[in-house]
Write a protein that binds this ligand. Sequence first.
Ligand code: NAD
Length: 496
Amino acid sequence: MNEQSSRLVATRTPAPMVSPELYIDGEWRSGSETFAVHNPADGSVLWEVADATADDATAALDAAVAAQPSWRKMAPRARANLLHAAHRLMLAREADIVLAMTLESGKPLTESRAEFNLSVDFLLWFAEQVAHVHGTYADSSNGGFRIVVSHQPVGPSLLITPWNFPLLMIVRKAGAALAAGCTIVAKSAQETPLTNALFVQVLHDAGFPKGVVNLLHTSTSSAISETLMADSRLRKVSFTGSTRVGSVLLRQGAENILNCSLELGGDGPFVVLDDADVDLAVAQAVICKYRNAGQACVAANRIIVHRAVEKEFTAKFVEMVRGLKVGNGLDVVDVGPMISARQRDRLQATIADLVRGGGEVLAGGKAIDGPGYFFEPTVVRFGQRSDVMCNQELFAPVATIFAVDSVAEALAFANDSRFGLASYVFTQDLTRAVAFGEQLEFGMVGINRGIMADPAAPFGGTKASGLGREAGHDGIYEFLEKKYMAVTVGEPTERF
Ligand code: NAD
């Protein structure tokens, strides 16, 4: 860490050391301008970070392009060793990273710790995967030559991440890209650059060669991404964020036929069938909906309950939601603030829309006076089907509940969405669960559970929720391209 590293202005706890600068070609560099990062729990300015310009973006890509040939040639085991070293350093810096996450994103410390633990597991997964990328060797269909297929890194990659899981998102992308042999330019979310800086400092200290990893913070994301994506030396963009921005990037990427992986928005149906374990469904629905103040792409967006258990489910769910403690994530709380005043104010308008669309507020429904951007954990019940429930990612501590009379109705309503990320079904009949799960038009189905992310599982969605999968056995292949060589094989000669 260089001399300009600064200490965060935190009032109640020791603050993490982290550079406020841009990381380009193996060193931290100051920018000509800065922008402020706020603590959503009290609105205070945590610090000022360097604001990258288009020239900084080009410098980062220059570095990534220059480092690409040697990074690609480095032996898989050597790349794996660097990732293992990063994993060990991350574990040693847990306290700083966890604190940074809570300060800049607002999530309770318990959730920051859970995100940290999952993130280090992902890093380990990619470290282990590096040396296990396999190819094939086969006969051509008509004989006469051999088909040799191997995998090669796509090339310099732009990684764009959101604020809601500031550590997990960059680790999941950077881990896969670096394991595959791609150099990276990571662009942090404007709200949460600190966590990204701490992670990149870990990679620096672990010994990643200069130019392999680059990090930009910016207050004008589009200027950075337009510059980089117009440059034909960039070969890949991996984006996590809203469907709106994902579709803009897909259009921009079309110009250079850029390899695109997109993890976008969700509208998760959470289906409770008539034979469900209701207590389990209630407990999992609360975690699935109110974790991260509902600001999760895989959050339960529409709770669809069979009429036979609706009364019991709703009563128990509302009681549990009313008991959730809201407050500063540094305290012992269940739900932290929303990320910004703008998001909180948007939510007040959304609640009014839901009520106009036939919703009845059973719990919460209002913003909580500041400082900080808090909102009451809210439950809105619909007596009949309302289109206002579908195709709208709430991204907030607000659950909608709707009762159905049959399994067929539950399935039709669940699938009535342009999104296809995460879905959930609760039933004690495994055959029914599998049959229902197979017909859900979603990339992921949680059966009797509300949390699914795991390094060994392919994470991603169908329809407007994205393209590609992160992690699992597929994750590394998002950053690899198949290379086919046709090999003429003659008769053995005397030399054999
Ligand atoms: P967002 O799309 O506004 O921003 C995401 C990232 O893109 C940020 O880094 C932002 O600075 C950047 N960005 C914004 N406009 C850009 C532009 N024109 N060009 C290039 N970059 C741009 O989303 P958000 O509000 O930060 O995050 C919430 C969204 O992310 C939700 O829709 C959520 O569902 C989605 N999300 C999806 C997943 C997933 O894995 N599918 C995970 C987390 C979040």
